[in-house]
Design a protein around this ligand. Structure first.
Ligand code: ADP
Ligand code: MG
Length: 214
């Protein structure tokens, strides 16, 4: 049995065509079913639904053999013990610093001021500002980062941006592009040794579907 960990929403939806390329069809719609383990058309393959931030953990500890997870989540997790054979180029967006239009971020940086930054992505934010030599006080949040500057709790946020609509709706402006983000295939290294052929088959089908070499 091969267990694939996915998160609901964008990653699940964008992984379905890749699974189809591997001849795998998920037999239930996670938006309609309450099940956390979904069968597929192949007896030897099942999908487990976990929180996006839990995908690397499930694969690291063998709760799943393989998984699909954002580069953002992987960096925050650390990626220890995970084989990362493939950038799937799905769920594309970028990590950015954003601030209210009224906060002169560049001036604050130039003057060496301390900046308070709210984010779910503390590892990425810490590295980014350390590399720039900017002094930051980080506030860890688990959602709706946009609210932090609007309530006066933070000067700026570090968050994922795709269309920029959410920033705009909350009067925030992107002031720094940190890195491009897409989702990757992650594999449990022990599983790869024990179940080499079926896991290789999935990796190779996914690679062919996204047009990259392994
Ligand atoms: P959650 O809401 O549980 O934190 P999401 O479904 O919002 O998770 O995001 C899951 C993954 O999808 C993220 O880790 C990221 O890699 C990617 N992602 C998040 N937001 C966007 C976006 N706006 N556009 C494209 N991909 C995104
Ligand atoms: Mg979300």
């Amino acid at each position: 049995m091969i267990t694939l960990a996915l998160s609901k929403g964008r990653i699940f939806d964008e992984t379905l065509p890749l699974l189809a390329a591997a001849g795998i069809e998920v037999l239930e719609d996670p938006e309609k079913s309450r099940k956390l383990i979904l069968p597929t058309n192949q007896d030897g393959v099942r999908v487990v639904l976990v929180r996006a931030t839990d995908v690397p953990t499930y694969v690291e500890y063998g709760g799943a053999d393989i998984g699909v997870t954002g580069k953002d989540v992987l960096i925050e997790h650390g990626g220890a013990g995970l084989y990362q054979p493939l950038d799937l180029r799905i769920a594309q967006c970028h990590m950015a610093v954003a601030a209210p239009a009224g906060f002169d971020y560049l001036r604050a940086v130039r003057q060496g001021s301390r900046i308070t930054v709210a984010t779910k992505y503390t590892a990425i934010a810490r590295n980014f500002f350390a590399d720039k030599g900017v002094h930051v006080d980080l506030i860890k949040l688990y959602g709706s980062m946009e609210l932090a500057p609007l309530t006066g709790m933070a000067d700026a946020i570090v968050d994922l941006v795709s269309t920029g609509k959410t920033l705009k709706a909350n009067n925030l402006v992107e002031v720094e592009h940190i890195m491009n983000i897409s989702s990757r295939l992650v594999v449990n290294q022990a599983a790869l040794k024990l179940k080499t052929a079926p896991i290789r088959r999935i990796i190779d089908s996914f690679a062919a579907a996204v047009g990259s070499a392994t």
